[in-house]
Write a protein that binds this ligand. Sequence first.
Ligand SMILES: C[S@@+](CC[C@H](N)C(=O)[O-])C[C@H]1O[C@@H](n2cnc3c(N)ncnc32)[C@H](O)[C@@H]1O
Length: 257
Amino acid sequence: MKTLYLISTGPGDLAYLSPRAQWALQQCQHIVGYGLYLDLLGDAIQHSQQHTLALGQETERAELALDLAVTGQVTGLVSSGDIGIYAMATLVFELLDHQAKPEWEDINIEVIPGISALQALASRVGAPLAHDFCTISLSDLLTPWTTIEKRIHAAGQGDFVVSFYNPVSRKRRWQLETAKQILLKYKKANTPVILGQNLCRDTESIQITTLAELDIEQVDMLTLVMVGNQETRIIDNHSTSQHSHYIYTPRGYQAKQ
Ligand SMILES: C[S@@+](CC[C@H](N)C(=O)[O-])C[C@H]1O[C@@H](n2cnc3c(N)ncnc32)[C@H](O)[C@@H]1O
């Protein structure tokens, strides 16, 4: 039997790795991934042969995983957060769809879900995703900017809570400022914005600001930017255990009473 596990490793801390993902990692003789993600897995993958490929070699990573699975040795392809969300799983299916090698056809593929950055960030501040929300990637490497812009307008018109993945990169910084200006046409200037950087990792930082005050300089490649809807509220958190505020988006229970 040929087996390929597409394993989501969650946002960072292994406490957020699902039991199914832990089990699959244990089964794997080969694990393919980006070096940083494999480093984060540490002891969980020491028994396996590891194949690290650099950022930018996504197609090669997916091909290698399929080719290793063909040999009959249990193989895992890992990706951080959820492997199905702006990540590697789709590339495997794209290869099967367009460049299938006959020997890939009978590989059993199991996709193992994980906690994506937006769930990790929401959990850190309260419950901002309790009503309709959407995600938009601001990377225009594979998607034309005109398409991305159209989606930002639609998110604003629909008053969705919006999470921006890939908000900036080293070479790409203007897109987030443009997204902010578009959303300001639809959302109030004081709409809460949450910046989550390096979530569930040692250097995690959470900042709370407003749409008008969102400073692009505070955002890097490992930041998730979450913008509230018109109901999203910031309230004080008087406990000493966490941040000084909670943020939540009401579903309307109070209004119904
Ligand atoms: C290519 S996407 C991968 C998303 C990932 N598959 C997930 O489900 O979270 C990369 C973007 O996800 C966000 N991201 C992923 N992990 C993060 C983390 N630990 N902390 C903050 N943002 C993160 C950032 O916006 C980053 O630019």
